[in-house]
Design a protein around this ligand. Structure first.
Ligand SMILES: NC(=O)C1=CN([C@@H]2O[C@H](COP(=O)(O)OP(=O)(O)OC[C@H]3O[C@@H](n4cnc5c(N)ncnc54)[C@H](OP(=O)(O)O)[C@@H]3O)[C@@H](O)[C@H]2O)C=CC1
Ligand SMILES: CC(C)(CO)C(=O)C(=O)O
Length: 338
């Protein structure tokens, strides 16, 4: 087996998913790699004091992983792999920190819901190759300072929540899908997938990561804002006929925009809705943020459906209504939390 080129690995934004991946890598790779995390506030204090406590679904005791933890990227050496666990709207503010961790060959794997800032990089299917989306990357900071050529996309099917500082709970076994923006199966992506697999992460590589992004977004564009607006868990939304109809409408809109941009969505709306019925009483990540008085990840999940609908001439009336409502909710929620 060829040794992995990824020895120094930093998880930037070790929250629910980032923290879970960091814990698994630290426990699964041992001496093979040095795992560090960037975190902040009480969660950073918790990780420093007791390590990351990770409750896997249905486990009776947590995994406990010790990692180097800091709020300041300048304290770490350059990294071979940076994995971001930040929300889409938090990436811009983290650019200076992430940039401090890069060397010429660093790869940056971004765990994100929704449309990522690098979406059109090396995209051969939409007719908009290299389009930079200002709403996702104001002033092009991510594009310029990190660079889309470093990125490995990551779609996460894994419910996770920080339940106490330093303590993370997973709601299912989970599945992560990696993809190069170019669609190539590069040596880097194979090596990263192998490390994650060794660490016990259920992982696959897709040659069409944009299809996977849209397929996941069919759920998030609907469930995340509707859950924030109603405070309902996913099972509560699916049990309400008016809300599940609205979910179906959003799914149709997302699928139509995806297809207008050349993506192929294998799953039908009916199958996607059926799958959602079995997810259970999960609090979406947007509902978690609402309840914690934090800013909501609206633009990548909802705003882009509307703006890319405009770009492609696809009507998105239900998403536009939800966007207006959830944007106002976000403002009121942040004001109340001040
Ligand atoms: N949680 C879930 O179930 C799922 C989430 N996803 C997606 O995965 C991505 C990550 O989500 P999730 O794991 O929930 O995110 P979290 O909010 O749990 O984690 C993000 C972490 O990054 C920290 N952070 C933000 N900015 C900085 C900074 N500048 N410096 C240091 N730390 C920082 C946050 O701190 P603070 O809390 O102080 O802001 C938080 O601890 C999102 O795109 C999400 O939509 C996908 C599937 C499921
Ligand atoms: C709903 C869920 C858990 C689906 O995986 C998700 O992606 C999120 O909470 O953002």
């Amino acid at each position: 087996m060829t040794p992995s080129p990824f020895k120094n690995i930093c998880i930037y934004g070790a929250g629910a998913l980032g923290g879970a991946i960091a814990a698994k890598l630290a426990l699964g790779l041992g001496e093979q790699a040095r795992i560090s995390v960037i975190a902040r506030g009480a969660h950073l204090d918790g990780i420093r004091k007791q390590g990351i406590h990770l409750w896997e679904a249905e486990a009776d005791k947590p995994l406990v992983a010790q990692v180097t933890a800091t709020a300041d990227a300048a304290e770490l050496p350059p990294q071979d792999l940076v994995i971001t666990g930040l929300k889409g709207h938090q990436l811009g503010a983290a650019v200076p920190g992430i940039a401090k961790l890069l060397h010429a060959g660093t790869r940056v794997m971004m765990i994100l819901n929704g449309i990522p800032w690098w979406y059109f990089h090396r995209d051969q299917q939409s007719g908009h190759a290299e389009l930079q989306m200002e709403e996702l990357d104001p002033n092009g900071d991510l594009w310029r300072s990190i660079g889309p050529e470093r990125v490995i996309g990551c779609v996460a099917y894994q419910g996770a929540e920080v339940i106490n500082p330093g303590e993370i709970e997973l709601s299912n076994k989970g599945h992560f899908i990696l993809g190069e923006p170019s669609g190539e199966t590069s040596g880097d992506i194979e090596a990263i997938a192998a490390l994650l697999k060794q660490a016990g992460v259920n992982i696959s590589i897709s040659p069409r990561i944009r299809d996977e992004i849209w397929s996941k977004l069919m759920g998030n564009a609907a469930f995340n804002p509707i859950s924030a607006l109603t405070r309902a868990r996913m099972s509560g939304i699916m049990a309400n006929p008016a809300l599940s109809t609205m979910v179906g409408e959003v799914m149709h809109e997302v699928k139509a925009v995806a297809e207008a941009l050349g993506s192929q969505i294998a799953i039908s709306i009916e199958e996607r809705l059926e799958r959602s019925r079995h997810i259970g009483p999960v609090r979406t990540s947007m509902l978690q943020d609402l309840l914690a008085g934090k800013a909501l990840e609206i633009t990548p999940l909802v705003g882009t459906v509307v703006s890319l609908g405009k770009l492609t001439g696809v009507p998105t009336p239900t998403s536009a209504t939800i966007l207006a409502l959830v944007t106002q909710l976000d403002q009121e929620n942040l004001r109340a939390a001040e």
